[in-house]
Write a protein that binds this ligand. Structure first.
Ligand code: URA
Length: 427
């Protein structure tokens, strides 16, 4: 049977600034998923979209077409509302780890389908795999059982969820087309809508360590995703949050698990606690449970109890010591003063070069690799004081990690004025 569209004609139409019909988009994405539209044609289309964008109708059709290439999950049989959080990714962003058990301890179910790190931003699954025995892969039945019994699950998204996105994301990664607002928005929202969560809170990062570094564009990404959620009947709220500076004082895998456990134990860095509670409040409000104060629940230790059960349910030993690195190296301050700047991107690159992240998606990561930050902007420092501890199993990786940190911080005579961590809220 003759095909109703021709990939080359559609590419030329978008290349010249034209508008694709919903039927054309549906055809393009489904044929790309099934292999009839070739990678090189989709790469050309992604570049055309990168330059010309997608209008509202095109974006909605693109997202729906991606969802339709795979399965849709259904949590409607659970006895509690489901709510999920998605972050666009940053350095030291371990928030999912304390947040999922906290929100479950507040009475909601949190189906957190997560990914692995690529490049300088870490991946939630890579972090949790630092816990001895913990498994990222669950069957749908096991996931549902854990949601019912524990209330929180953090696991790998199955290959059946928006498979066109999986293929397209890998293609964008090698063709310079990741940083496109419609492509990012449709990629994230297709997976979240297919996942079947009842509500969604987005943490859209902005600043040097984020995908989108410019605040106006981050707001636009947040608005675009909130709009896609509304179109799909998925109540969605976005916080736009700072990623010019790393979150917390640890970037890596085991080091971020350790910091998350500190938060669950009632301590931890102030910024990690602030963002965890802010996102928890948004999740509770979307599910109609805003009378519960997550700060009280965190202080009660109930979130820690859920964490322990959640880790054990996936084979992990919550009491096992976390992996330790074979080598560490310190970077020290060269003058007295106040730390006035600490850039997220170079810290993420340093952690990545130490072995915490991967360059290709099939690369292994080191559980113990990462960067500990002993000072954050505003902290007083003295010459000779350690600013960073670099951790790795391979000492030969240290020089390039040290080089990444060159120029990553600044010292001033006066404390810097601190900007807000939560910059905007979009609903
Ligand atoms: N995360 C995604 O899932 N997709 C993107 O395009 C960017 C970040």
């Amino acid at each position: 049977m003759a095909e109703p569209f021709d990939a080359l004609e559609l590419i030329k139409l978008k290349r010249d600034g034209g508008t694709l019909s919903p039927a054309a988009i549906d055809w393009l994405i489904s044929r790309y998923a099934s292999g009839t539209v070739a990678d090189e044609q989709m790469a050309a289309m992604a570049m055309a979209v990168f330059f010309h964008g997608l209008n509202g109708a095109e974006l909605s059709a693109w997202t729906t077409a991606m969802i339709n290439t795979g399965d849709r999950m259904d949590f409607s049989g659970l006895d509690r509302p489901t709510v999920d959080k998605h972050s666009t990714g940053g350095v030291g962003d371990k928030i999912t780890l304390p947040l999922a058990p906290l929100v479950a301890a507040c009475g909601l179910a949190v189906p957190q389908l997560s990914g692995r790190g690529l490049g300088h931003t870490g991946g939630t699954l890579d972090k949790l795999e630092a816990i001895p025995g913990w498994r990222a892969t669950l069957t749908n039945e096991a996931m549902l059982r854990q949601l019912t019994e524990v209330g929180a699950v953090i696991c790998a998204a199955g290959s059946g969820l928006a498979p066109a996105d999986r293929k397209l994301y890998a293609l964008r990664d090698v063709t310079g087309t990741v940083e496109s607002i419609p492509l990012i928005a449709s990629s994230i929202m297709s997976k979240k809508i297919a996942e079947g969560t009842g509500a969604l809170v987005l943490d859209v990062k902005t600043g040097s360590g984020a995908f989108i570094t410019d605040l106006d564009r981050s707001r636009q990404l947040a608005r675009t995703m909130v709009g896609l959620g509304a179109d799909a009947g998925l109540p969605t709220v976005a916080l736009v949050t700072d990623m010019a500076t790393p979150l917390g004082r640890a970037a890596g895998n085991a080091v971020e698990v350790a910091e998350s456990i500190e938060v669950l134990a009632g301590g931890g860095p102030a910024d990690v606690v602030e963002l965890t509670l802010a996102l928890a409040r948004e999740m509770l409000a979307l599910a109609g449970r805003d009378t519960v104060d997550p700060a009280d629940v965190l202080a009660s230790g109930r979130a820690m109890d859920v964490w322990r059960t959640m880790i054990a349910a996936q084979g992990g030993d919550p009491d096992a010591p976390l992996p330790r690195p074979r080598t560490t190296e310190q970077v020290v301050a060269d003058q007295d003063g106040y730390l006035s700047r600490l850039d997220a991107l170079p810290v993420g690159v340093a952690a990545w070069r130490l072995g915490a992240g991967r360059a290709r998606k099939e690369d292994p990561v080191q559980a113990a690799a990462g960067v500990l930050m002993h000072a954050k902007p505003g902290d007083p420092i003295a010459a000779g004081q350690p600013l960073f501890t670099l951790q790795t199993d391979h000492p030969d990786l240290i020089p390039r990690a040290v080089a990444a940190l060159d120029g990553a911080w600044a010292v001033s005579d006066h404390p810097p004025s601190a900007g807000p961590l939560i910059i905007d809220r979009i609903d």
